[in-house]
Ligand binder design. Sequence first.
Ligand code: ZN
Length: 178
Amino acid sequence: MFHTSKNGLPLNKAVLVLNMNYAPLMICTAKRAICLKYLEKVDIVETYQEEVHSPSVTEKLPSIVKLKDFVHYNSMDVVLSRKNIMLRDKHTCQYCGFKSSSLTIDHIIPRERGGLDHWDNLVAACQNCNIKKGNRSPEEINMSLIRLPRKPNRIHYFQQFINHDQAAWRPYLFLESF
Ligand SMILES: [Zn+2]
């Protein structure tokens, strides 16, 4: 996984990969999408304004591609990982709102007290809040969460990659009608 960057290299731009039935499947780099196209695995659905040049061809960068074959992949779950918790919580401490790229993960109900490694028990927290909270539940120390943590689904996850360049993605992520 990678992050979109306005100043990033064009070949690193995010491409939305759709299943054969147009269901959103994953996000890959433009470079990977172009490889898939040459392997005849995908069709280009939408392109960006930017072009890529090779000695023989100039073509527009793909923005959305669709698999030629149906992939049986029915899970809309997002893998529970540190990185995905940070993405869900937008790199923002869920107690004080401090934004940073170096936050810690807090167990709302501490592990030692039976708190599980689940989406609804894990949040991004700054070091100060994590230390202040220690081995207690938020209620015990009068700390409250900015928002209740939920298990994200893939659609929400993909939606976070959209900025002004990805307007074409919106209908495929159910943000507007076709
Ligand atoms: Zn904090």
